[in-house]
Write a protein that binds this ligand. Structure first.
Ligand SMILES: Cc1ncc(COP(=O)(O)O)c(C=O)c1O
Length: 391
């Protein structure tokens, strides 16, 4: 028998070294400033209710009525039947291709767990939502990055140089952190390229209803029958209800049978996703009042975006004007700041919380940070008045 020498304090495992989430990591520093009495404006996180956006009301109503039903057991691991049927209708796939997940976060985790093995190449956007970086490391994939052009469109030429041998490619549209919306032409070129190299796409559509400018393009239509893909979304952003922790992942194309089985096992392992919220999601995503709800949300977002852009353009900052979601990824155009974290910490001292650009992958050509434009216009103005002092 091996007797382990008792050691205090206990230490987490080595594999914890790759786990990080820069969007929240910075909050600890902000809280300690707040504890000293400083008022903080949090522009680090894309959490709509924090900034006064009401979740789509139908969800709470439907949760209440689901609570009155007798069912109090686990839901089926892969998802409630009605939920899967409803999502399948929207996604134009079979209910068996739909999996309920606890926010798309869990879908991304399951995707890497089931599909990206040791040393396997996964093509990620740069900049990228940090969870993808963390998951690729956790499952020991080989992350390779494709670039965007100055307007925030995918640089397909750059992608073409890197795609050979990739196991999968991730597309986030509208993009977090860039706020860009890829054009139909851009997406068609990507699909064509992926088809030529037989590389499937993981499409993160978390913000797919939040297109503020330009045409609403349905990626599923562009990609169907041309390249296998997985489409994911959730209630978090499009329905302003991140606390619901409900998302979905759907498989498209005929090559996924074994991966779907693996997904199924991962779903079984965590038993189930909250049943009442799945019931509510099924009602919400096809509810006749949703179009009016989302139109109102977009109207508010446009006003906030316009204020943000007006204020930011008075400062030495450059960025693609956000056309979707609720973020901007800003490059600092003054030699004063050499490191993003130094700038973010200085902004924090002024009372504004941003996320350093390096949290979204290594930025080689300059110093970047990400901001949300979710707050009301007067708060955005206040934030810019504060950071003007340090830029
Ligand atoms: C691009 C993107 N994907 C996925 C997620 C995860 O969202 P959730 O787990 O709340 O559905 C987020 C959250 O901010 C995101 O920005």
């Amino acid at each position: 028998m091996i007797h382990l020498k008792r050691q205090l304090p206990y230490r987490p495992t080595e594999r914890m070294n790759v786990v990080s989430y820069p969007i929240r990591d910075i909050v600890m520093e902000a809280k300690s400033e707040e504890a000293k009495g400083k008022k903080m404006i949090y522009l680090n996180i894309g959490d709509p209710p924090q900034y006064g956006f009401e979740p789509f009301k139908v969800i709470a109503e439907q949760v209440k009525s689901a609570l009155e039903e007798n069912w109090k057991g686990y839901a089926p691991s892969e998802g409630d039947e009605q939920f899967r049927k409803t999502v399948a209708k929207i996604e134009k796939c079979n209910p068996e291709d739909v999996f309920a997940v606890a926010g798309l976060t869990e879908g991304i985790d399951f995707f890497f767990h089931s599909f990206i093995g040791f040393g396997e190449k996964v093509l990620l956007p740069n900049p990228v939502y940090p969870l993808y970086l963390s998951k690729a490391k956790q499952f020991e994939g080989d992350s390779v990055f494709y670039r965007h052009d100055v307007d925030g469109q995918i640089d397909v030429g750059n992608m073409a140089k890197k795609i050979e041998g990739a196991k999968a490619i991730v597309i986030i549209n509208p993009n977090n952190p860039l706020g860009s919306v890829y054009s139909e032409k851009n997406l068609s070129e990507v699909v064509k390229l992926c088809g030529e190299y037989d590389v499937p796409i993981f499409y993160d559509g978390s913000y797919d209803q939040l297109i503020l400018e330009g045409k609403q393009v349905d990626f599923r239509k562009i990609a169907r029958d041309k390249v296998p893909f997985i489409y994911g979304s959730s209630l978090s952003k499009d329905f302003s209800y991140p606390g619901a922790r409900i998302g979905w992942v759907t498989f498209h194309g005929d090559k996924w049978t074994e991966v779907k089985n693996a997904f199924f096992l991962l779903c079984n392992q965590r038993l189930s996703v909250n049943w009442e919220y799945q019931k509510a999601a099924a009602a919400a995503i096809v509810h006749p009042s949703y179009p009016a709800y989302i139109a109102n949300m977009k109207m508010k977002l446009m006003e906030r975006r316009d204020t943000f852009v007006k204020m930011a353009s008075k400062l030495p900052l450059s960025f693609p004007v956000p056309k979707g979601a609720f973020y901007a990824f800003m490059k600092i155009e003054t030699p004063k700041w050499k490191k993003d974290l130094q700038f973010v910490r200085a902004a924090l001292k002024e009372g504004v919380v941003f996320v350093p650009g390096s949290g979204f992958g290594r930025q080689e050509d300059g110093v970047y940070f990400r901001s949300t434009f979710l707050p009301e216009p007067h708060i955005i103005e206040e934030a810019f008045a504060k950071i003007r002092r340090i830029l």
